[in-house]
Design a protein around this ligand. Sequence first.
Ligand code: ADP
Ligand code: ADP
Length: 225
Amino acid sequence: RPAVQIDGVTKSFGNTPALEPCWMKIKRGEFLTLLGPSGCGKTTLLNLIAGFLEADNGELFLGEDLVTQVPPHKREIGIVFQNYALFPHKTVAQNVEYGLRTRGVPKEESRARVKEALSLVKLENFADRKPRQMSGGQQQRVALARALVIRPRVLLLDEPFSALDRNLRVSMQIELKEIQTKLGLTTIFVTHDQNEALSMSDRIAVMSRGRVRHVGSPQEIYEHP
Ligand code: ADP
Ligand code: ADP
C-alpha cells in the first residue's frame, strides 16, 4: 500500500473548481512536491490529505485507512505552514510538546521526545526560549520540531520557507532534506518555486488551474517543465 493514495478526488468552493479529478500515489519515504503558481490548488490538495477539507468526489487513503474515517488525533499527520503560528507565550519546549499533550503521552516520555525533536532541528539549547526571542529561521525549525515530535506517518509542508531570505531558505531546504532522509519520512511539500522543487524532491507534481498536469522526477520536470 502507498503511504497516501488519492483516487479521483475533486473539490469546489461554490461554483469555483479548486481541484479537478486528481489521482496520485505517494510511496512510503518519498518526498513529493506539489509545484505550481498561486491559486492552482496546492493548498486545497494538502488540506484534503490532512482531512481539514472534505472531498466532493473520490477517495483519499492514508495507508489502509480512508482519511475521513481516522479520528483527527490518530491521523498522525505533521503539518508546517508558512506562518508558523507558534504559541507566543509558551516556551519552545512547550510549543513542541503540544501535540503530545493532546495525545496523552506520559510526561517522562514526552520530555524525551521533545528533546529528540529539538535535537533533530539543532535547537537543543533553545528549549526555554520564547518564540519572539528567536529568528524567523529558528521559529520555523520549532514548527518543524512540533510536527516531527508526533512521529508522523506523513509530513505536510505548505510553503514553509517562503518567508525566509534566500540564503536561509537554501540552508533550511538542505536541513529538511537531511532530516527527511534520515527518518525515511513520507513528505508532501508545497511550493511555487521551481528551484526549490528541483533541489529537494524525489518526484514533482506540476499543477496549474486545479489540475495535476504531470508527475515526474526532478530530471524529467527540468527537461520538460
Ligand atoms: P494554491 O495553494 O495553489 O495557491 P489554493 O488551493 O489555495 O491554491 O486555491 C485554489 C483555488 O480555490 C483558488 O481559486 C482559490 O481562490 C480557491 N479557494 C481556496 N480556498 C477557498 C475557500 N476556502 N473558499 C473559496 N475559495 C477558495
Ligand atoms: P536568521 O533568521 O537570523 O538567519 P538562524 O536560524 O540562521 O537565523 O540563526 C541565527 C543565529 O543563531 C545564527 O548565528 C546561528 O548560527 C545561531 N544558531 C542557530 N541555531 C543554533 C543552535 N542550535 N545553537 C547555537 N546557535 C544557533
